[in-house]
Design a protein around this ligand. Structure first.
Ligand code: NAP
Length: 547
């Protein structure tokens, strides 16, 4: 069943965003016979993978698991070329999904949602677009991603730089030539760690302005051979099932031993094995790495040892070595990062003690010294998890704004809904496991929960759903309690909002693990949406579409 493109007709659901979440949400709602439409600010599908097209952009969850599981035909027919897929291949995959399930006819591109205002009398959301249209929809579903509002640092003179300035999260859709250029990059997080080795190969000189070093584990990326793919494809059902029972929603080798169950040699062997395997499973080397600082120190010391082995200049090795808790900030995964600092055309500029003074037309000034640049790259991250939602003027009951509700930090029930904002859903919102898990596992679980919920409301002639303040408070408190017990609470990170000046300090993603979370969501639903208020349709309310 297709929507009519008439913007004046009330939709059952308006979905914001055409990334992994929005596409699957549209697919599900359409299958159930609801009228649904996506509005997307970009010119095509992809979400994060549309915007982050910088050289080296690559997913650090293995391709075979960083993919949809909802259609066995899809997972059987699609073949990934690499263990970790690059951005172009992931974007191709999402385009394939959009075409295969004929989703484009219900997506409006190049339109940004500016506001969503709940009309209590009409019992629908009035959603205003950048084109000046106001679209009524019973449900509004924010599929806006966790890392989709780029953070531009407040450095004096940034706008005065004479050359081009690129943000990794808003990379242009054309080839950028760095050959023979003096290039500066600000930031050394996951994005920077991916782009630095590639720009270094082209640039005449690359200056890396580092405020804090990060731990990174080698990806050991490589082609996926046919035999291995076939093995995965014939075991897909089992792989997905097992992944959903794990905290990260990702099938990997968890070690349930403490780091101190082994001797120093035994521990080193485990770390060496994990280093050789590569990627994020390094964090699962021992069960206490995220809880016990001493145990964590053993992993940090191991990585610092590797940095000293790989980086020839001991002073540079020292600067690249974090002394912080490994995995407190998001662990990075790289290809050739540390070796890049052995190149004669790469300089690491420490801005930890004395920050960048200013940016001028010619370049970047640090501690009175000027670095002349032709191009500048900002790999300065995102206003994560809440930034994109708060950029939309969202108003719930009695005109109360989400901005006001979240003034001291985001509060949600299960990361799915907010008290005072009926019929508004967030996919991978704050309070959901999202960024601490395989995003696709979490997205599928959310989309399926929301779809079932809408089906339940339709079947039971219910016009509104909204969490109680009590249930929401309990969820927030539960997550805060769990987060405070882990080492992740012990450093400044974007999980806590510390990267954005003035952002309240709250641990935003749910830290209790995917399996526990999914179980909790299922229990809530099977108990008739316990902790949520359900209100019957009133006589004038438009009935939801049925198949
Ligand atoms: P990020 O981790 O937040 O890193 C931002 C970097 O910019 C940090 O090094 C930060 O320094 C620096 N910075 C910000 N303002 C600065 C200033 N005024 N002066 C100097 N340095 C400044 O951002 P990201 O690298 O874009 O990564 C964000 C997240 O996206 C990742 O954690 C990950 O979840 C996701 N991601 C995933 C992949 C993947 O799957 N492979 C790739 C890229 C990104 P400080 O640390 O000192 O604040």
């Amino acid at each position: 069943m297709r929507n009519t493109p008439n913007p004046k007709l009330e939709l059952d659901a308006l979905i914001v965003g055409a990334g992994f979440s929005g596409l699957y949400m549209l697919y599900q709602l359409r299958r159930m016979g609801f009228s649904a439409r996506i509005y997307e600010a970009a010119s095509d599908v992809g979400g994060t993978w549309y915007w982050n097209r910088y050289p080296g952009a690559r997913c650090d969850t293995e391709s075979a698991q960083y993919s949809y599981s909802f259609s066995d035909e899809l997972q059987q027919e699609w073949s990934w070329s690499m263990r970790y897929a690059g951005q172009p291949e992931i974007l191709k995959y999402l385009n394939h999904v959009a075409d295969r399930f004929d989703l484009r006819s219900d997506i409006v591109f190049d339109v940004r949602i500016q506001s969503a205002i709940f009309d209590e009398e009409k019992n629908h959301w009035k959603i205003q677009t950048s084109q000046g249209e106001t679209i009524p929809a019973r449900f509004c579903i924010m599929a806006t991603g966790c890392l989709s509002s780029p953070n531009f640092p407040k450095i004096e003179g940034l706008e005065s730089f004479a050359g081009p300035v690129y943000h990794t999260g808003l990379w242009p859709n054309e080839e950028i030539v760095f050959d023979g250029k003096k290039v500066g990059i600000i930031g050394t997080g996951s994005s920077a760690i991916q782009i630095i080795p590639l720009v270094a190969e082209k640039a005449e000189h690359l200056y890396v302005f580092q405020r804090s070093p990060n731990y990174t584990i080698p990806a050991h990326n490589g082609p996926l051979d046919d035999e291995h793919q076939q093995k995965i494809k014939s075991n897909y059902a089992d792989i997905r099932k097992k992944a959903r029972l794990l905290p990260a929603g990702f099938l990997q080798d968890y070690n349930d031993k403490s780091a101190f169950d082994l001797t120093l040699e035994g521990r080193q062997r485990e770390y060496e094995k994990r280093w050789a395997h590569g990627g994020l499973p390094f964090l699962a080397s021992f069960s206490d790495l995220q809880y016990n600082e001493e145990a964590n120190n053993t992993a940090g010391a191991f990585v610092r040892g590797k940095i000293r082995e790989e980086v020839e200049d001991p002073k540079i090795a020292e600067l690249l070595s974090p002394e912080t808790i490994l995995g407190c900030r998001r662990l990075c995964v790289d290809t050739g990062y540390y070796e890049t600092f052995n190149r004669s055309n790469v300089s690491l500029v420490d801005v930890s003690k004395s920050p960048i003074d200013k940016i001028t037309a010619e370049g970047v000034a640090v501690s009175g010294k000027s670095y002349r640049l032709d191009s500048l790259i900002l790999a300065t991250g995102f206003d994560a998890m809440t930034g994109t939602l708060l950029r939309i003027d969202i108003r719930g009951r009695e005109g109360n704004t989400l901005e006001n509700k979240w003034i001291s930090g985001p509060s949600t029930c299960l990361g799915l809904m907010m008290a005072g904002f009926p019929n508004l859903f967030t996919i991978t919102g704050p309070g959901s496991p999202s960024v601490l898990t395989n995003m696709i596992t979490s997205i599928e679980q959310h989309v399926e929960w929301i779809s079932k919920c809408l089906g339940y409301l339709r079947e039971n002639d219910i016009g509104q759903i909204e969490p109680t303040v009590k249930a929401e408070d309990r969820w927030v408190e539960h997550n805060n309690d769990l987060a405070a017990k882990t080492l992740r609470y012990k450093c400044e990170s974007w999980y806590l909002g510390s990267n954005i000046p003035g952002k309240p300090k709250t641990f935003m993603p749910y830290i209790g693990g995917f399996a526990f979370y999914a179980e909790k969501c299922a229990q809530v639903a099977s108990a008739g949406y316990e902790g949520f208020m359900l209100t019957a349709n009133r006589s004038g309310d438009k009935k939801l579409k049925t198949n």
